[in-house]
Design a protein around this ligand. Structure first.
Ligand SMILES: Nc1ncnc2c1ncn2[C@@H]1O[C@H](COP(=O)(O)OP(=O)(O)OP(=O)(O)O)[C@@H](O)[C@H]1O
Ligand SMILES: [Mg+2]
Length: 259
């Protein structure tokens, strides 16, 4: 866990609301992620966690609410602009392109706009060639760090569920983010690979990367997180250290479904 956490949150969302028809999926929710932290977001199935991720990254537009990232309001920006500002997310169901190689998936994550690239190739082919080599080197370095270098030339479709999760994280890292939102990185992953993913998250965090992690695996949350936010039925239920959350009776009730 990182020390020297600064006071101003890297990400702060407040009053965030989203309903789908009659379902209030996220209801006046708030969350803050401190720079340098590994922050957890937990809650029972259907609590609104993924929807909140979608709202933070503007994959769906909030009905209401404010999201400030790195000192700038971002809730009005398109999601690719938000990613350019350094906030990237992975998906609960990994989204790698099966018929491309693992390396190609990595390169695509960092690709510039086609039009921009077209003109660059015409005008400065040597610069483009050098940039492409640098990107490939970076992709191979990151594939090494997610333990997938030996799979670089394989189709992404042939990866296991756990390896796809690692590829998602690798793709996120290609964009040099400031904050990565991980939606259930351990779901469907075997215990050995879960430990590897956790070790890598800790190492990246020590290097300065900030994480917000949705996870049902409490061992993962408890071992990684500095602070944990709890959602239930679209609303904030609790926030605290992993130890505080583990012994919070409201949280236990929400999970046991007796509230
Ligand atoms: N696109 C959508 N259209 C309609 N309802 C939706 C949509 N997305 C989410 N919901 C509903 O919003 C609520 C919150 O769903 P969400 O996926 O955010 O929960 P979650 O906390 O991520 O759950 P899980 O832990 O199972 O992944 C649920 O009732 C879900 O059915
Ligand atoms: Mg979800």
């Amino acid at each position: 866990m990182a020390n020297n956490l600064s006071a101003t949150p890297l990400l702060a969302a407040s009053g965030v609301c989203k309903s789908f028809g009659g379902i209030q999926a996220v209801n006046n929710a708030e969350i803050q992620v401190t720079q340098g932290s590994i922050t957890g977001l937990i809650g029972p199935n259907g609590a609104g966690k993924t929807t909140l991720f979608n709202l933070l990254s503007n994959f769906i537009r909030p009905d209401k609410g404010k999201v400030v990232f790195d000192g700038e309001p971002i809730h009005h920006l398109q999601s690719h602009k938000i990613a350019q500002q350094g906030l990237v997310r992975t998906f609960q169901v990994a989204r790698a392109l099966s018929r491309l190689s693992v390396l190609e998936n990595m390169l695509l994550a960092a690709q510039k706009q086609t039009g921009e690239k077209f003109w660059a190739v015409q005008l400065q082919p040597h610069v483009v060639a050098r940039e492409e080599k640098e990107l490939r080197d970076k992709a191979m370095f990151l594939l090494e760090s997610v333990g997938l270098a030996h799979k670089a030339q394989d189709y992404a479709g042939g990866l296991s569920g756990g390896q796809r999760k690692l590829l998602e994280i690798g793709r996120a890292l290609m964009t040099d983010p400031k904050l990565i939102l991980l939606d259930e990185p351990a779901a469907g992953v075997n215990p050995t690979l879960i430990r590897e993913i956790c070790d890598r998250i800790v190492a990246w965090n020590k290097d300065g990367m900030t994480f917000l992690i949705i996870e049902h695996n409490m061992d993962v949350i408890m071992s990684l997180c500095d602070r944990v936010w709890v959602l239930a039925e679209g609303q904030n239920l609790a926030v605290g250290s992993p130890e505080e959350i583990q012994t919070n009776s409201q949280v236990l009730e929400a999970y046991l479904g007796t509230s």
